[in-house]
Write a protein that binds this ligand. Structure first.
Ligand code: ATP
Length: 336
């Protein structure tokens, strides 16, 4: 039996985690979950939102499924997400965005994969107070990290039958930092002549995404633009409730939804577990459980097609009802 770390976070984290565990269980996959709590809920008892035991557990098991944790704004602890990605060197953040059946959106046939660099840029948190009225953040971009993520994007394109990688920067303004990211992407692109390479500035990219998203295939971005653009892409396909994600490094992989802990709806049985479930489907594929992954996806799609949806998608189902509807369809699929 495979042991996988399961990080239960804050807000809607526990609700969507329970939902996903139930669905995976119903799909017949035996997983020994190494359950680790993290986030605001453990600060008081353990003195840190990311206790060392959580990192140790992922290092031991190599794979984790993670629900969202609250990032305190302003002073306080460093973001759990950023720290986890950094400590495990999960350098690639992969966020596939495509339309789900029966989910009404402005555009059909959106199929974009956001590849976001995960370890540097303004996210490195190198900040200082110059004086009482001035603060500075350092946007650190290095050639090895930029080439590594560019290579990841092109390899992904090859392995997943994609046609184009588009690098997104603001290299006309941040000439040195984004300039280096762009230059690195250009060099790697020259090694993959079979994949089309395109360059775009982030402001124009946002406008183009909103006007004509179907023109994009794989997007390659530094950390901060990647964060913002992936929320934009989530909006194109129906919102954060369905946007999946994965953080991948050489030795470890952590699968997690794009959204945060949504404290505004926590504990109300309103959360949409789809984003976490889609992330879990990718995790199942990663460990070779292709049949279960496929069945869960089919059951999820059938549920959406039956117009059973949570409130964020305009439906009336509670998180628990939506989850049960998926499980009911899974049982029918497995007895076919
Ligand atoms: P973070 O800073 O942790 O990324 P955020 O500020 O981006 O968090 P989220 O927690 O992602 O905020 O939520 C943004 C909005 O989307 C909230 O109104 C929230 O209720 C909604 N939302 C996010 N995830 C879900 C979900 N799974 N189901 C339903 N609504 C969601």
């Amino acid at each position: 039996m495979k042991t996988i770390t399961l990080i239960k976070g804050d807000g809607i984290g526990p609700e969507i985690t329970d939902a996903v565990m139930k669905v995976i269980n119903a799909a017949g996959v035996a997983i020994d979950w190494d359950i680790q709590s993290a986030g605001a809920g453990v600060i008081e008892t353990e003195g840190s939102p990311l206790p060392e035991r959580v990192i140790e557990s992922v290092k031991k098991n190599k794979i984790a499924l993670k629900s969202p944790v609250t990032t305190p704004i302003g002073k306080g602890f460093r973001s759990v997400n950023v720290q986890l990605r950094k400590e495990l060197d999960l350098y690639a953040n992969l966020r596939p965005c495509y339309n789900l059946p029966n989910v009404k959106t402005r555009y059909d046939k959106v199929d974009i994969v956001v590849v976001r660099e995960n370890t540097e840029d303004l996210y490195a948190g190198i900040e200082h107070q110059v004086d009482e009225n001035t603060a500075e953040s350092i946007k650190r971009i290095t050639r090895p990290a930029s080439e590594r993520i560019a290579k990841f994007a092109f390899d992904y394109a090859i392995n997943n039958n994609r046609k184009e990688v588009c690098v997104v920067t603001k290299a006309n303004i941040c000439k040195l930092s984004d300039g280096l990211f762009l230059e690195s992407a250009r060099r790697i692109a020259s090694l993959y002549p079979q994949i089309k390479f395109r360059e775009i500035l982030v402001d124009n990219c946002c406008m183009q995404l909103v006007q004509n998203p179907n023109q994009f295939d794989v997007l390659l971005l530094p950390n901060l633009y990647g964060d913002i653009v992936s929320d934009l892409c989530a909006g194109l396909i129906g919102g954060l409730g369905i946007a999946q994600g994965a953080n991948i490094g050489t030795n470890y992989a952590v699968f997690e939804p794009v959204h945060g802990s949504a404290p505004d709806i926590a504990g109300e049985d309103k959360a949409n577990p789809t984003a976490m479930l889609m992330s879990a489907i990718e995790m199942l594929k990663h460990i070779g459980e292709f049949e279960a992954a496929n069945n869960i996806k089919l059951a999820l799609f059938e549920t959406l097609n039956a117009n059973i949806m949570t409130a964020d998608l305009g439906g009336k189902a509670k998180c628990s009802e939506f989850t049960q509807a998926i499980i009911d369809r899974l049982f029918v699929l497995s007895t076919k």
